[in-house]
Ligand binder design. Sequence first.
Ligand SMILES: Cc1cc2nc3c(=O)[nH]c(=O)nc-3n(C[C@H](O)[C@H](O)[C@H](O)COP(=O)(O)OP(=O)(O)OC[C@H]3O[C@@H](n4cnc5c(N)ncnc54)[C@H](O)[C@@H]3O)c2cc1C
Length: 511
Amino acid sequence: MTNFHVAIIGGGITGLSAAYYLQQAAADLNLTYTLLEQSDRWGGKIATETINDLADEPFIVEAGPDSFITQKPWGLQLARELGLADDLLPTNDGRRQTFVLNKGRPTPLPDGVMMIVPTKITPFALSPLLSPLGKLRMGLDLFIPPKTDGADETLAEFIERRLGAEALDKIAEPLMSGIYNAEAERQSLLATFPRFRDIEEKHGSLIKGMLAGKKARASHAQSANGAAANGRPPTSMFMSMKGGMADLVAALRAQLTGECLLETAVTRIETREWRLENPQSPTTYTLTLDNGRILTADAIILAVPAHTAARLIGDLAPEAAAELETIRYVSTGTISLAYRRDEINHPLNGFGVVIPRSENRSINAITWTSTKFDQRAPEGYALLRVFFGGSRTPQMMDIPDGELLHQVRRELAAIMGLTAVPVFHRIYRWPQANPQYDVGHLERVAAIEAALPAGIHVTGSPYRGIGIPDCVHQAQETARRIVTEWTRTDPKGLTSTNLASGVAKPLGSSR
Ligand SMILES: Cc1cc2nc3c(=O)[nH]c(=O)nc-3n(C[C@H](O)[C@H](O)[C@H](O)COP(=O)(O)OP(=O)(O)OC[C@H]3O[C@@H](n4cnc5c(N)ncnc54)[C@H](O)[C@@H]3O)c2cc1C
């Protein structure tokens, strides 16, 4: 069997996972890969800073994601497969409470609100978060007929249609668009919360659907408690890593035996001339690297932002590049602030505060990190994280660090009464780093995929899910597709598909 070489561009969680899943096939198939990352570290948006010099225990400060959702199983599966089961860190679910800023005051999200839908009447009825009319309007969800044409719509259209404008403003926009750093008026329902449409279609009402789901989960929890009694703890909805999310990256990188190059940017991709002359030739593409090296590859995985992918394949596939350019990005940032606990006159009694756009603040959300997770701040200290930028507060991206800190502290004083001086702070800016899943996103992605030349794959956060589990899953699927396509064209590499591991393996293989 001829050798088949894959170039993977981008060493974030997607590129690393793609290398890992390709490698699972590589031992038996004559497949090699090169993973190329332009910066001097692995992980892309996953980055953890460990600050050791203030106390016996460290502060664990996340620059990007602080956890991953476990309902989508691929992140958790990967962590366990990498031997990290004992290093997983659940959220402090006993202290789970979200506050919504309401007329300048953090107001608890009523007990029983699942995602955005009330499932307990009394706490919802008593909550000051929504007006009586707003609550009644949400109840109309029980009677409004479902939309059944299957067409995409914005999150705002969907929520206003089913639950009303107040539910959009006070709950859905800050909670759901916040996850995506998106604008509800542009955000695609089908690309970001397809489950809501499924529930609407199946149950005719979000409230009825959520209640049915709650019942099903309660019986599942009973069996999970049984599992816990058997020594298997029930899984938290979100998981982090004890030493920070970078531990996932380090464990993944440690498994990779292929060529993995840091500080190596790809600047251009071309079709090999002689490949055009001889279409049977196995090597298809040449990649120009910023150190002058030329790399050849039979397949390429672009695990980089869509605008970078567009630039790299602009000459090769102008149509696909033009489609890639249509994926819009926004810039965001976070500032983590550490305090002495006794200097904060606030109970920090929850995971933090989300801020509706109508509150007109210059920050988007506050996470009370050291309540949300154990092991994030030493005894006697607290760690907070503030989110800014995006389409809501883009002006915050450009102000100098000192002014940014000053403004954020003013907001913390106004919202939480927090006037203490932080013992340190860390600012992380992510320019043009947040892909926007605007309405019609899934069609846009399908058009990109259809326009790509054979052997070129785009995958990761710009396309079919921004969260870590979705990135891992897309990488797995891309690896599977590459191996399947290659072995289909190379008769000596015939494979059966090992669905369990997500990659193809040769017939007769014992792995
Ligand atoms: C502040 C913040 C908080 C978040 N919170 C969460 C969360 O709690 N949970 C969650 O699941 N997700 C969260 N996300 C989203 C998640 O972190 C990202 O979607 C995911 O990490 C993206 O991974 P990726 O590999 O697709 O892309 P990236 O991490 O962007 O990796 C792309 C890599 O490609 C490299 N690259 C670019 N151009 C080139 C080139 N020409 N040659 C070589 N290399 C190149 C880049 O340097 C980068 O390392 C958050 C994101 C941010 C910014």
